[in-house]
Design a protein around this ligand. Structure first.
Ligand code: ARG
Length: 601
């Protein structure tokens, strides 16, 4: 029925939370009224409103075509979809937002927005703030499970992608007034710890007093212990017993484990600090105590079966089951994820749980989501809440088209990678003489913003499922679709406003915007599409949608600026306000993408 569809739509909002800056939603309301008047019997038909791709208008309503087969023969006053379109147009309530309507082709209702209304909404945003343009989602709390590297193993570029993409999704959801639990699901509880701990005891008998300094390079330590594990059967047996002693909670083993985790954590934190990403660690070990109880619940539902000595859950569409207890009685990645999902749904009361990992793990997620559906934890409809989503992403490639590595074929140290991005952007600034213009501190701050921004944007601008090639020269180029180009565009707008010598805060209160030139109107319309773009990017979990919007905004601005004189023109006040609105929206986009905007460059 209408209502189940409605309550499930993530962007449905209470009427008291109206977002006047959300054009699509405002138009949908008008067409909703028109639909009820035109076809009162068809209650479950929702307005289909989209931005126009052709030049017939700004937005279009596409209902006539899909309505036609339903009403054909029943409502004889309509002789075809174009007539339905005509009726939808005629029944559209009058509104200050609409300037003109027309019906085209098979029945599209095209709407041209009033430029005065566009101007008014932008002016209102200048006074009330960009927050008033935030999407409102119908959910309260979300878990974003991202970054999630593994202790003692490499934190690789895949984890960097997860960190960047996850942070952006979290930021968009936070902006949409949803509470976000930013979870770092670190791999801190594998069988590898038995071997690591025994190796620690053997190599560094005084490990306790050395407080973590003994191990030094944890990756080398991991390699050496793995080698011993593979070659020395006596060691191997000791290592396997160590896992049991650790899981049994023996203090010496627990504290060795904690020390190893701390070393990794310090390394991860270096990356998070550079990127200014905040995360709360709840690693695999956290959920371990919940596993037996959760498996018992699943067993009581009759979902857990015995198969080849293991305990498993079969799910539709897969021949292999989800293994929840291994043959040796131990738990695994899936048992932990089931316990974590249970915890997030029932203890943390999250309505949407979002997992950001490489696409290689899709099957794991699809399978355990299905197990959760069988258990009735999640509804069958993938878009309904509570909801679990896997946000998969592709590989980062090197120039050779293979998995990204550094020269030495060793893994890339992420902290080094970020340092290099910053160093390169600094060098480019120095080459342009900025070291003479700015203080050392400013130069450093801007080099960091540009360098890290470039790395993030190069990752986010692609559809996340595609692989992309890591290339410093390309991402740090000041032309093309790069963060550098966009940061320049923003800095230029700031400088236009600065150089006008006008007090922009004063203008916001006293001035007004007029959009008489076509390029002014086009820019204004694009600004108004911010809310629906963020909403699309965050409900479909696609950061590239926001990147594309930002790039087009910059293009629209450039066009406006080359065709409309700002300072010294008769329209100076209006145009300065348009500049300011553009800068505000750009800054919000940067912020949502985790990029620090700079006011000069
Ligand atoms: N530690 C895993 C890895 O490095 C990612 C964990 C993702 N989160 C989860 N709940 N499974 O591949």
């Amino acid at each position: 029925s209408v209502w189940t569809v409605r309550t499930r739509a993530v962007t449905t909002m209470a009427s008291d939370q109206e977002n006047v800056g959300h054009v699509k939603q405002q138009l949908a309301k008008l067409f909703e009224t028109s639909l009820r008047a035109t076809v009162p019997e068809e209650l479950d038909v929702e307005p289909l409103v989209a931005a126009c791709t052709a030049k017939f208008g700004d937005y279009q309503c596409n209902n006539a075509m899909s309505l036609w087969p339903r009403i054909k023969g029943k409502k004889t006053e309509f002789r075809g979809p174009p007539a339905v379109g005509q009726a939808l147009m005629k029944n559209l309530p009058s509104s200050e937002m609409v300037e003109a309507c027309s019906v085209a082709g098979p029945g599209f209702v095209n709407v041209t927005l009033s430029k005065n209304w566009i101007a008014k909404i932008i002016q209102k945003m200048l006074i009330d703030g960009i927050e008033t343009w935030a999407p409102r989602l119908s959910i309260q709390r979300v878990v974003v499970d991202f970054s999630s590297p593994n202790i003692a193993k490499e934190m690789h570029v895949g984890h960097l992608r997860s960190t960047i993409i996850g942070d952006t999704l979290a930021r968009m959801l936070e902006f949409s007034n949803v509470e976000v639990l930013r979870r770092n699901h670190v791999g801190d509880w594998g069988t590898q710890f038995g071997m690591l701990i025994e190796f620690l005891f053997e190599k560094f008998p005084d490990w306790e007093s050395a407080s973590g300094t003994a191990i030094g390079d944890l990756q080398a330590f991991y390699k050496a212990s793995k080698q011993k594990f593979d070659e020395d059967p006596v060691f191997k047996e000791r290592a396997q017993k160590a896992v049991v002693r650790l899981q049994g909670g023996e203090p010496r083993y627990r504290s060795a484990w904690a020390q190893i985790c701390d070393i990794s954590r310090r390394e991860f934190d270096g990356v998070y600090q550079r990127l200014e990403v905040s995360l709360e660690e709840k690693g695999e070990s956290f959920y371990n105590p919940y596993i037996p109880g959760v498996l018992e619940k699943l067993s009581n539902l009759g979902l857990v079966e015995e198969s080849e000595g293991a305990r498993v859950i079969f799910v539709e569409g897969y021949e292999r089951p989800v293994i929840v207890v291994k043959k040796d009685g131990g738990y695994n990645y899936a048992s932990t994820d089931l316990a974590a999902l249970w915890y997030r749904l029932n203890i943390e009361k999250a309505e949407w749980i979002i997992y950001v990992t490489d696409v290689g793990q899709s099957e794991h997620f699809q399978m355990f989501f299905k197990a959760a559906k069988r258990a009735g934890w999640l509804p069958d409809d993938d878009k309904a809440y509570p909801r679990a989503s896997h946000v998969g992403f592709g590989l980062v490639l090197g120039e050779d088209g293979k998995r990204f590595r550094t020269r030495s074929t060793e893994v890339v140290r992420l902290a080094d990678l970020l340092d290099e991005a910053k160093a390169r952007s600094k060098a480019a600034l120095v080459e342009r003489g900025k070291d003479k213009e700015w203080s050392e501190e400013e130069l450093d701050k801007i080099a960091k913003a540009v360098g890290y921004g470039a790395v993030k944007y190069a990752d986010l601008k692609n559809n996340r499922t595609t692989n992309y090639t890591f290339n410093f020269d390309q991402m740090l180029n000041d032309k093309g679709n790069t963060a550098v180009y966009l940061l320049y565009a923003h800095a230029r707008i700031c400088s236009i406003i600065r150089k006008s010598g006008k007090d922009i805060e004063e203008l916001k209160k006293t001035g007004s915007i007029a959009l008489n030139h076509p390029d002014e109107r086009a820019l204004g319309l694009h600004l108004l599409q911010f809310a629906e773009t963020v909403e699309e990017a965050c409900t479909n979990l696609l950061p590239n949608v926001l990147c594309e919007y930002l790039y087009n905004l910059s293009e629209n601005f450039t066009k406006f600026y080359s065709n409309c004189q700002v300072v010294g023109s008769a329209e100076e006040t209006s145009r300065l306000l348009l500049c300011e609105a553009t800068a505000i929206v750009m800054r919000k986009c940067f912020h949502l993408l985790g990029i620090v905007p700079v006011h000069k460059l």
